[in-house]
Design a binder for this molecule. Structure first.
Ligand SMILES: [Zn+2]
Length: 229
């Protein structure tokens, strides 16, 4: 079975999108990046290999490549069939990126975009702004996928969200933890709600609703010192 996948940082923001089958999403193998622990891998099951490629392209387009100043992903290609990053030498890669860069945005726009993207987990509004920015610009010229297709794919990707609205835990305290904010959608591969919690030691952890709400549930960041408090 083919699928697309996202690898998430500890804060829930994605750092790599890919397409694969079998255990590809869970192994270092040919990846340039190291996979995160299993609970930070999001799988998007696909009906076919083409379907998986399309979702991969949509994910990369949506979250944006860091090397192009467009988002938070460390992917070095736009994804899709034949886009495997390992075929190009470092030099040709740089050349391709340079030519791509020159065509897209002016220096100040690029800087603005990159600054806008620096605060890792994007808010819904922020995401919409970025998505809107992409519509109608020349970033997708020459691609196999039209803006309409990408919009459709993006909706499909965004549609894969928790079924039930989560109980809002923002501001509540659980032992040493104070809930700061909802962790980005997709931070949990089952789509279960997670919350960014500030521990008394200033560590920020993303923790499942269910672990917080449980009697004898998670009450600290989990470090040895905090667990003993
Ligand atoms: Zn702590």
């Amino acid at each position: 079975m083919f699928y697309s996948y996202l690898w998430l940082r500890e804060d829930g923001s994605p750092y790599y999108a890919g397409k694969g089958k079998e255990d590809r999403a869970f192994k270092k193998n040919k990846h340039r990046q190291y996979p995160p622990p299993k609970d930070r891998i999001v799988i998007y099951p696909a009906k076919s290999e083409v379907d998986a490629f399309e979702t991969e392209v949509a994910l990369i387009w949506y979250y944006g490549r860091k090397d192009l100043g467009l988002g938070c992903l460390r992917n070095l290609t736009d994804g899709g069939e034949g886009a495997s990053g390992y075929k190009h030498t470092e030099a040709s890669r740089r050349k391709m990126e340079a030519s791509q860069k020159g065509r897209k945005h002016t220096g100040s726009t690029r800087r603005k975009i990159s600054e806008a993207n620096t605060g890792k987990p994007k808010s819904e509004k922020h995401r919409k702004t970025i998505a809107a920015m992409h519509v109608g610009n020349t970033y997708c010229v020459g691609r196999k996928y039209s803006i309409e297709t990408l919009e459709k794919l993006r909706k499909a990707v965004l549609g894969k969200e928790p079924r039930r609205p989560a109980t809002n835990l923002v501001g509540r305290t659980f032992g040493l933890l104070t809930v700061l904010n909802r962790a980005p959608k997709g931070a949990d591969k089952e789509g279960r709600p997670r919350w960014l919690c500030l521990c008394a030691c200033d560590a920020v952890k993303s923790i499942l609703s269910k672990s917080l709400l449980r009697n004898n549930g998670t009450r600290s960041c989990g470090s040895y010192a905090c667990r003993k408090k």
